[in-house]
Design a protein around this ligand. Sequence first.
Ligand SMILES: Cc1ncc(C[n+]2csc(CCOP(=O)(O)OP(=O)(O)O)c2C)c(N)n1
Ligand SMILES: [Mg+2]
Length: 731
Amino acid sequence: MPNRKRAPSPAPGKSGAPGKSAAAGGAAQRPPQTSRGVAAPARETPAKIAPARDLDRLCIDTMRTLAMDAVQKANSGHPGTPMALAPVMYALWRNVLRYDPEDAAWLNRDRFILSNGHASMLLYATLHLAGVKKLDASQKPTGAPAVSLDDIKAFRQLDSVCPGHPEHYATTGVEATTGPLGQGCGMSVGMAMAERWLAQNFNRPGFEIFDYAIYALCSDGDMMEGISNEAASLAGHLRLSNLCWIYDDNQVTIEGHTGLAFDDDVAMRFRAYGWNVERVADANDTQAVAAALKRFRETQDAPTLIVVKSHIGYGAPHKQDHSAAHGEPLGEEEVRLAKRAYGWPEDSSFLVPRGVCEHFQQGMRGGALRRDWLERMRQYRAGHPDLAERLDLMQTGGLPEGWDSDLPEFPPDAKGLATREASGQALNAIAKKVPWLVGGAADLAPSTKSNLTFDGAGEFELGYYGGRNLHFGIREHAMGAALNGLALSKLRVYSSTFLIFSDYLKPAIRLGALMGLPVIHIFTHDSIGLGEDGPTHQPIEQLAGLRAIPNLLTLRPADANETVEAWRVIMRQAQPACLVLSRQKLPTLDRSRYASAEGVSRGAYVLAETGENPDVILIGTGGEVSLCLEAFEELARDGVAVRVVSMPSWDLFERQDRAYRDAVLPPQVTARVCVEAASPLGWDRYVGATGAKIAMCGFGASAPAGDLMVKFGFTRETVVAAARRQLENSP
Ligand SMILES: Cc1ncc(C[n+]2csc(CCOP(=O)(O)OP(=O)(O)O)c2C)c(N)n1
Ligand SMILES: [Mg+2]
């Protein structure tokens, strides 16, 4: 087989003993070896170390030892990768990254993402040495450190700004929450797309407001995950030359040598994706890292992958294998030996020698660059006040005045229209007024009605990055992650695909929810109502899964006007949201006869009732609401006291106060029927133990939608019959 890497080594994890491993080109950063292979001296005081040693090396070893000490104190975490990658991180952060520690929210800062989030201590140590200042809630620097030494001592403890994996919302300087491998890579592509979009839309002759780069550090696990491959393929297609991934090619994962399961020629794969590929033979060789980063900056027509060979647990003589990286700290004795190998005081802990922070920060170039930029921005503000104002509004998550003034209102119509259609109209009405609302589909925009069709909306594509219709190809997972990256760059964004494929981007939806990013996911073809495509395409358990994600708003509107209201809620709430829409037409309800669709904002509302005190309640969502109304009309004619509750969003309903919830679903009325063409999981919450659930208890089938509705019991007759049974059985 051509172009394959070596077979697994006979002794997995034992490769790369210090001294042997660092031989090629890495002398500058190698621990000084004595004849016994152990470094000396062992017991210097900080004051003595600083002048006596190479300050670069001292900074790097400080990062390493902070990581070891923090992991040891927490008795939890992964020290091996930070130890190995400290020189790479140092070379990038100190000498290359355009980043001003005084203002971590500077709009034109280079972004750094630690996609191998298990190496979180590497980032915390860096933020500490770089002297990054904490931002307050309004993104203003406070002057306090983002990560103090005490914070590092509280690594992995409750409420620490140094949690187990980097959390965007917890720590200034953490650009994205990472940990699930591959997600950081995916987000970095979204960030690179965002930079290109911002540059195209905001830069003006003489005013380069945006020209930042995005760096992501990633590991073997990142490279193995499908998501990074989707994302890399997209980045290569778009030739995002502002994007640089640094791949820690240490050939070790948790189970041992990567050769157990992975022998891709990663460099060749990335070349095939259209990337520029650089190689660094030894992570300790900061000169080589710098040279590769320089070639990245010079490359104008492709993203860059820098493949860096490293040895996990560098300096820990007995633990240069996966056990140094995963699941366990080094142990007191090994920490001591590693410190000895670095020539570090063995009994010190959390030692930051005098001069280290100063030396680190002396190299950083962001301060001067930001000051120049601020001056440029001042002039830009004078010359282009509208654009400057738009940028300000984007940063605060605000909306332009009148953003909802063109939202459509749909007249009653028994034939009606699909909620995907109504959504497409609402989306376009909003997007016309919110110029930074952008989005796209995983090749299904014509079906999901998510194209922006008004004049000037444009396409985001190779050659012109200013358009607002993004094209992700059939890469749902990368789409989800890229949207998170775009949202982290303050664009308002949406994705779209069929609801069934929400499973293909679920991990990214979850991470977006964890970060609280206001990403909108438009999911159409929401049930067996999609018809002939059959059970592979008919969602069953997806709704329950999405509803179970904390901090994610899920809305399944009943008709065109509820869809418009759902959009209103989503835009206003500025939090992660899923909009679940029908492929098939749904009647547009007569709001003079039934309650106003504004009730959507409360999650559930009384749509129809025969009087104030119902004997039975019918609860529906989406397309099944009109079915409930048909049953309502029949029961009402027969003199039954009945109420219909439309419940587009459990999440919003749960946020209402008890009085409202009890008014909609009076606790004493136990005769209840819910109707939803999806899994019944969770509906007991609203119908109680004795209520009836008309739902999907298995997979669907391939047939015209009308036939499926009959087969699976979504008819007026079944709803009426269930209501009558409830009445008979209720006390
Ligand atoms: C999607 C996902 N699957 C599994 C894990 C659990 N996990 C954490 S680190 C790791 C592998 C580590 O190997 P590598 O990516 O090469 O990082 P290194 O140990 O070399 O730093 C795994 C499987 C994860 N974080 N994310
Ligand atoms: Mg690895």
